[in-house]
Design a protein around this ligand. Sequence first.
Ligand code: SF4
Length: 698
Amino acid sequence: ALNVPDRKVDSVCPYCGVGCQLTYNVKDDKILYVEGRDGPANHKRLCVKGRYGFDYAHHPQRLTVPLIRRADAPKRGDFVMNPDNVMDVFREASWEEALDFAAGKLKAILDTHGKKALAGFGSAKGSNEEAYLFQKLVRTGFGSNNVDHCTRLCHASSVAALLEGIGSGAVSNPVMDVTKADVVIVIGANPTVNHPVAATWIKNAVKNGTKLIVADPRRSDLVRLAHRHLQFKPDTDVAMLNAMMHVIVHEGLVDEDFINSRTIGYEDLKRNVEGYSPEAMAPICGIDAETLRDTARLYATSKGSMILWGMGVSQHVHGTDNARCLIALALMTGQIGRPGTGLHPLRGQNNVQGASDAGLIPMMYPDYQRVDHPGAQEKFEKLWGMPLDTEPGLTVVEVMHAAKEGKIRGMYIMGENPAMSDPDANHAREAMAALDHLVVQDIFLTETAYLADVILPASAFPEKTGTFTNTDRLVQLGRQAVPPPGQAKQDLWIIQEIARRIGLSWKYGHVSEVFDEMRKSMASIAGITWERLEREHAVTYPCPVEGDPGHPVVFIDQFPTASGRARFVPADIIPAAERPDTEYPKVLITGRQLEHWHTGSMTRRAGVLDAIEPDPVALVHPLDLEELGALPGDIITIESRRGKVALYARADESSPRGAVFVPFCYYEAAINKLTNPALDPFGKIPEFKYCAVRLTLG
Ligand code: SF4
């Protein structure tokens, strides 16, 4: 029979951080269909991406042969990619030639221009083992800490605030704890679109009596079920949250026992929020004083209140301050350390938690051990057998500036697409075009690969085995279901071949050997054996010793800080880096849509998903459309100081007036050409959620 699989392979979804477990049903090395598995995060549920977004792996545009840029092919920063003219720009090469060329030129740059002239971007789309080996390659082979990945664009500010405040950058409670909470605040997140299965647990909780408060300038789908929607003005998170804390202090709703026994710095916070009365903040954030008071009471006095947040919180120049406020809210009310409470930054990519844990960040070794901490440095020098650089490396946006300035001259990019995902994408493209040498490892000719000197064809999710860590700190085993197409290779093999040619004598066989090395340096996963993962499919960390069941809820007795206590960090209002003015009077908010994932390289090549959302759209309030003289479906142009794109207008009552929302997955209307690269000073995250634009018809 045509549709009867010849095998079933258990794995995990390649898209969001919820980490749904699934089964690939395979026939003749082709995936026929996907089913949800009874994993801890999904219990057989899948969203439209997980269920239908698998056929990208078999797409005819898959890279199947190594490619080298033709000598006469120019590199251009600004372009619309054309997958049909690949062979005008690149020529096919053998693996031997491509790897020798890729690594040889990187080595030559290293020898001529020094260690700081190279950088690498790994990927949260890859496994933990790939992330670990990639950062090890940069640190030991390139000789610097210039290694980063898309966490910098996602939750870097949340992680900065969490590490500073409570000593751990990961979540305190799993998503599923919403079903145990009396009050759930979802702020700056749109889970029905971006974490759809997580949204189903929130909906189930509401049905069973949990009060849901959605705080968001946009009217997301969850608002229909919410007890209250705080539709605050974009960019005013700190004003709103400080006002709520002001109420909690003034009405004596703080948990004094918790504050006295578990925290430090409360007096500073108390002093700071004194100036943020609800009456003073109401005109700033757009929420009336009584609603602010009532929400604060609800959160503080419930038996269990939980906060989940997304990139509406993190992607601001004050992203770290926003997260500091959320942490302070939980600490001052003791709403953390129990089931049905806590802090949960919803992770984007399916392995952004794991890739960060594995050290794919410029200032930290695996398990967030700082590169400038002598003890950590000594530990990794011993493990890896060579001296290491003690200076934190450059972050994603900083690398692009350094490339444009000629300081970074060579890059190795594995599985990321900064030509689409970086802010001020024209600048990022020009920066990559200016490199002496760019090596890209990917499964498609992405917009970034289009700028490469050499392209190494890699493996897609269903073609590899490895571990992936979801938003709940759940380490899960993804298993290979089908072989890579043509001459495409496993990413782990490619990283090792580059490493070998740069002079490292690595000899990893099975992926589990890499995982075992990770366990030696990462206390969080030290107790997780490969055999257990094969048997149980998933284990939650921290799991410090073998046999430990893992801990979905943490901070029960103490925080993982030097003193065991959490720290309050006050925050004040800082405006967005670029406010609207008469020339650019509207606000641009970027994000994702249900059917497409990040830069669209996979989902736009998935038949069902692309059929549902085939064209670039801008979501505009109907009254703003009317003001523009545009009808839904008309082409409009959006322009900022950095660039412009044309795309279809869609009437959207969920968008606030004066703001336009655009997904960043459409290469033909790459909205990140417009976004502002201004950075949060702590997390170094760019301000994707706010910049000034103007709209014109046509
Ligand atoms: Fe995949 Fe996330 Fe959808 Fe689950 S919710 S199926 S992990 S995209």
